[in-house]
Write a new protein. Structure first.
Length: 68
């Protein structure tokens, strides 16, 4: 899916691992995941190589709740 989005939309993709899931450290919690989501957005808005007028947020599974 990510490869198709990259090729067809010609976009950059930031893949995120939330605390306590997969190989990420920490313990999952509602507050922690919310903080992770805010940190990701702040990073995206401050990164020099990202056009702030063209940010598309897409989440699947747990990421869908955070993207909202």
């Amino acid at each position: 899916m990510l490869e198709r989005m990259y090729k067809e939309l010609n976009c950059n993709i930031l893949i995120v691992g939330y605390r306590g899931y997969g190989h990420s450290e920490g313990k999952p919690s509602e507050v922690g995941i919310g903080n992770d989501g805010e940190a990701i957005l702040k990073f995206s808005l401050k990164h020099e190589g990202i056009d702030q007028t063209w940010i598309f947020i897409y989440g699947k599974s747990l990421g869908g709740a955070v993207a909202v």
